[in-house]
Design a binder for this molecule. Structure first.
Ligand code: GLN
Length: 189
């Protein structure tokens, strides 16, 4: 399958590497026209306010709002996919969750934790960088993982969202799960 990585900001090359390690083709997506040519899209981390500004500027908000592409958001990408953001308006509003930004506290800006992710594995290394967490998973959204009682991974039909950066380790099982279980099921023929 052909998986796009939104290439406006963030660790694009690392995501493409995980797609390739999963046995699929990865392409950087810089223009909305490319959305017609892929089976699924990964929205990387970065800074969600900047990411939203760039997505507005290049027409991705409009194009993705009306799209049924399977999408996987990591960190800032999760924030962009969420229906509600604490203190701000939701953006793409695809994942029926409320997220809170930078919510692991200042003293723990970045940390790593071993995650038990339902349906994927019980030993996934999660790299959290000024990470958001999901304060509530609403109807239709299934919680896949928590850290200290905070929700850090959810799935809802064609959407997957995680608080951490799977692409910054060598372990590509989360990306592989997105492609082989979610994209395979929901991609358009
Ligand atoms: N703190 C960032 C935000 O709120 C997300 C951080 C990240 O993607 N690593 O947008």
């Amino acid at each position: 399958m052909k998986i796009g990585v939104l290439a406006l900001q963030g660790a694009v090359r690392e995501h493409i590497r995980h797609i390739e390690l999963s046995g699929h083709e990865g392409v950087p997506v810089k223009k909305v026209e490319q959305l017609d040519d892929i089976d699924g899209l990964i929205i990387p981390g970065g800074e969600s306010t900047t990411l939203r500004r760039l997505m507005d500027l290049y027409g991705f908000k409009e194009a993705l709002e009306s799209s049924s592409l399977p999408m996987f958001g990591t960190c800032a990408g999760l924030i962009v996919l969420a229906k509600d953001i604490v203190g701000e308006a939701g953006y793409l509003s695809k994942l029926n969750v409320t997220v809170e930004r930078n919510s692991f506290g200042r003293q723990v800006d970045s940390f790593e934790a071993e995650l038990d992710i339902k349906g994927i594995a019980s030993d996934i290394e999660g790299v959290f960088i000024r990470a958001p967490h999901i304060t509530e998973a609403h109807e239709g959204a299934t919680v896949l993982s928590t850290v200290e009682d905070k929700i850090v991974a959810v799935e809802q039909a064609r959407y997957l969202g995680v608080s951490f950066h799977p692409e910054l380790t060598d372990d590509y099982r989360v990306t592989q799960y997105f492609i082989d279980h979610i994209v395979a099921k929901y991609k358009e023929d």
